[in-house]
Design a protein around this ligand. Structure first.
Ligand code: GLC
Ligand code: MG
Length: 556
């Protein structure tokens, strides 16, 4: 195991990211300024007041770079330009300025594991012979079998099907852990490292505050690319406590040598003024392995997917919270809390299932349909848990509206390569990527100036529109406003968890002056002593808290 080069932990006080609330914008689906039905950077700019009013600290933008959009922009053909779908570099600069003017930091997405097959490098590779320097940037290999017609190993793509393809007429195979239009780079090649350091500098020079690093656990593959009998998956449906050791541990994931890359990057970030950060998307278990990505000289944060995958179960949540806090503390990093993103079924819908929390990888019309009201009730209670925890919390756009997954989208609209590559066996991620509702009754629910939306908006979305919720005291948006304000006021992000005695299926802890009570059961329970300052539902009085409800009290 590689030990950090220095072991002293910098003082926590000044690092904004240690307790930041970070709002994920999925640009395609946030707001559309030019009316083509696809969200864009000017659309985000036009909603800057909304974002500033929300009370978050930073915005993470999913990819907006030049891309053929095979994987919604996670297939980048030019890392230093904005795709015309989303605007221009000038639009980006304007957005960054407007955000900074409102004390909002900007984190951009970095996709280093693979490029698009339309990237200049991959085109050059295909035009060059086996053994060329152009091919050495990717994972080209000769096939197995007498005539090389068998793939070099048995790996499967995360999106289904084989992980190797051959270009038309080409003798060699290339590796793609994702779609065949997303060839994996060879991170043992120094030229690849130099190129990405330059990409980092490009965006740091423009003033970004950090990077969300895509597939951070995948860049280095085990030497020799050994066969692997297991499934190649990222999102693992099993919660931490049920996961047997060995899940997601194939030779394509979490190799020790990957950490040297992040040490190099950290040195670059630290050489810039301000306090720049990186957050790892690493589907890695257990927490102690994940913590290696956030050692003092590596990344600053890693997404806590054990928390995202937790069930609606008080002891399980408590165990995961404690393990997350302990693992992060071990390396001096902040814990993070996330319940949804653009790759997983929206939390409101997962919590509305009869086994709440299952099915992170998609709910189809043929599956059990979530109970929308119950899911929302639980999601509001869960938000009161998440936003009360010390460390850094993530909100996926629409979560603050209580927006559900679209679980009934007809197959003809689906665009996720996982849906196509598995022949529909995996329903895919389109249901959590539906354009946001801003104005009930307007065309495209106010997403854009016209009626066009790149995915259809289900009928029920009007009821969640921003204009319906703004100023409405019981709305989910106003609950988020209140929680984010109280979290800031009471310094909850810098605090600590002190568990209090509680009945089964109830979590009670104090964080500074705030006492947090979450009732995951169905029956009313007695509230502990303290005056309510926020609640996820109307409190019936007499000191009772209904099932699937939560409250914040001031500690007496
Ligand atoms: C990450 C992204 C996901 C993408 C994949 C391949 O998991 O979050 O959306 O499909 O990487 O880049
Ligand atoms: Mg547009």
């Amino acid at each position: 195991m590689n030990l950090p080069t220095h072991t002293t932990i910098a003082s926590a006080a000044g690092n904004w990211w240690r307790n930041a609330v970070i709002y994920q914008i999925y640009p395609r689906s946030f707001a559309d300024a030019d009316g083509d039905g696809i969200g864009d950077l000017p659309g985000i700019l036009s909603r800057m007041e909304y974002l500033a009013a929300l009370g978050v600290d930073a915005l993470w933008l999913s990819p907006f770079y030049r891309s053929p959009q095979t994987d919604a922009g996670y297939d980048v053909s030019d890392y230093r330009d904005v795709d015309p779908l989303f605007g221009t570099l000038d639009d980006f600069d304007r957005l960054l300025q407007a955000a900074h003017a409102r004390d909002l930091r900007i984190i951009v997405d970095l996709v280093p594991n693979h490029t698009s097959d339309e990237h200049a490098w991959f085109r050059a590779a295909l035009a060059s012979p086996p053994g060329s320097v152009e091919r050495a940037r990717y994972m080209f290999r000769d096939g197995r079998g007498a005539d090389g017609s068998e793939p070099p190993n048995n790996w499967q793509s995360v999106f289904g099907g084989g992980a190797w393809s051959r270009a038309e007429g080409d003798r060699q195979w290339y590796l793609h852990l994702f779609d065949r239009k997303q060839p994996d780079l060879d991170w043992n090649n120094p030229e690849v490292r130099t190129e990405f350091e330059s990409v980092l500098r490009f965006w740091l020079d423009r003033g970004v505050d950090g990077f969300r690093v895509d597939v951070a656990h995948g860049l280095i593959k085990a030497a020799g690319l050994p066969d692997w009998a297991g499934e190649t998956s990222m999102v693992d449906g099993a919660p931490a406590q049920d996961a047997s050791d060995g899940v997601n541990r194939g030779p394509m994931w979490d190799q020790d040598n990957v950490h040297a890359i992040y040490r190099d990057w950290r040195r670059i970030l630290d050489s810039y003024p301000g306090d720049r950060m990186m957050v790892a998307e690493a589907w890695v278990r257990p927490q102690s392995r994940l913590a290696r990505y956030v050692r003092p000289d590596e990344m600053n944060q890693a997404f806590n997917f054990d928390y995202l995958l937790a069930r609606w179960n008080a002891p399980m949540l408590r165990t995961i919270i404690d393990a997350s806090l302990a693992a992060a503390a071990e390396v001096g990093a902040p814990a993070t809390w996330v319940t949804s993103n653009h790759d997983t079924v929206r939390i409101t819908s997962r919590l509305g299932l009869s086994h709440p929390g299952i099915r992170p990888k998609g709910i189809s019309a043929a599956d059990e349909q979530p109970d929308e009201a119950l899911g929302l009730r639980r999601a509001r209670a869960l938000a009161m848990l998440t936003l009360a925890l010390p460390g850094s919390a993530y909100i996926y756009q629409g979560e603050e509206l209580g927006l559900p997954e679209d679980t009934t989208m007809p197959a003809t609209f689906r665009q996720d390569p996982a849906f196509r590559r598995t022949g529909g066996r995996e329903i895919g991620r389109d249901g959590c990527r539906v354009p946001l509702p801003w104005v009930a009754g307007a065309p495209s629910l106010g997403f854009g100036p016209g009626a066009a939306t790149w995915l259809p908006q289900p009928e029920g979305f009007a009821g969640y529109a921003v204009d319906r919720q703004e100023g409405a005291p019981d709305s989910t948006l106003e609950l988020y406003h209140a929680l984010l304000r109280l979290r800031r006021e009471h310094g909850l992000g810098r605090g600590a968890v002190r568990w209090q005695a509680s009945p089964d299926q109830v979590l009670v802890f104090d964080n500074g002056p705030v006492r947090v009570v979450v009732n995951l059961g169905t029956d009313d329970v007695d509230l502990p002593p303290g005056t309510p300052i926020a609640s996820s539902l109307a409190l019936p009085g007499e000191g009772r808290l209904p099932g699937n409800g939560a409250a914040w009290l001031s500690v007496p």
